[in-house]
Design a protein around this ligand. Structure first.
Ligand SMILES: [Ca+2]
Ligand SMILES: [Ca+2]
Ligand SMILES: [Ca+2]
Ligand SMILES: [Ca+2]
Length: 270
């Protein structure tokens, strides 16, 4: 919610470069970037995925998806404006019903529900139909910032890691877990559900990153007030040790990288 408002358009432009799949080093001689504005709105989330399964990466961003090629905005979901933004805390791509087409998971800043939006497939995409909304979880949490969808425990299934701008709120991770086959029905086609794990009861704040700070090869979670250290085992059955190491109102994402190559990871934030 505290992102720069101009960021939506800038991110759209930036991701278009990656979406075109000409991933190059910025300092490569002769490289030139063309910038194409796709939309003007106050949406803040964006993700890349091959929405229509034609082998080329497309973009999803709030109300629309953008097909690699003409990049024209195509309907995805309806989102109300709210407080100068749109009421969505991001776009997180995962094939929730396992039909081969990427779906979108999204929550809101204040409403506590996390929904998934079902990719309608070839015909629905071609006709510009809205993606069907399904409730995935009522997290009970308001004050939601954006997040990351990233695999923390190395089981190749990503976790939804939502940041909260209030500093003394719990830090939760929503894990995508396979549903029992009996619970999958035509009207409830999700093959995954979200299960909540609590990293800590207190310690949050604007800013989010994932990276190994302790040097044990396991990914830790960084927030505005410090970082949560992933335990050596059973990460979802116990609290993570919180290191109150800084007090930032930082970007989302922050980036963890060993900038000076001394073997210890460093933190870049905006
Ligand atoms: Ca595509
Ligand atoms: Ca799907
Ligand atoms: Ca995982
Ligand atoms: Ca370093």
């Amino acid at each position: 919610m505290y992102f720069l408002r101009a960021s939506a358009l800038l991110f759209l432009c930036a991701f278009l470069v990656f979406g075109s799949m000409t991933l190059v080093q910025a300092n490569e001689p002769g490289v030139k970037f063309d910038v194409l504005g796709l939309a003007i709105d106050v949406n803040e989330g964006i993700a890349a995925a091959d929405v229509d399964q034609d082998g080329k990466m497309d973009l999803v961003a709030g109300r629309f998806w953008y097909r690699n090629g003409d990049w024209r905005a195509r309907p995805l979901r309806q989102i109300d404006d709210w407080n100068g933004y749109v009421q969505s805390n991001g776009d997180y791509v995962f094939d929730v019903n396992q039909d081969g087409s990427p779906d979108v998971i999204a929550g809101s800043f204040i409403p506590t529900e996390i929904h998934w939006y079902e990719n309608p497939g070839e015909k629905g995409l071609r006709l510009g139909q809205l993606w069907k909304q399904h409730l995935l979880l009522d997290s009970g949490q308001a004050q939601n910032e954006g997040g990351l969808l990233q695999d923390l425990d190395g089981d190749n299934v990503p976790e939804l890691i939502i940041n909260r701008w209030k500093k003394d709120t719990p830090m939760l991770v929503q894990r995508l877990a396979k549903k029992a086959p009996k619970a999958v029905t035509k009207s409830q086609p999700a093959k995954y559900e979200l299960k909540t794990a609590t990293l800590g009861e207190k310690g949050n704040g604007h800013g989010l990153a994932v990276g190994d700070l302790s040097g044990d090869g396991k990914l830790d979670v960084l927030v505005g007030q410090g970082w949560y250290e992933q335990p050596a085992e059973n990460p979802w059955e116990q609290p993570w040790k919180f290191h109150q190491a800084w007090d930032l109102h930082a970007s989302l994402p922050m980036i963890v990288v060993d900038l000076d190559t001394d073997g210890r990871n460093d933190l870049i934030f905006g």
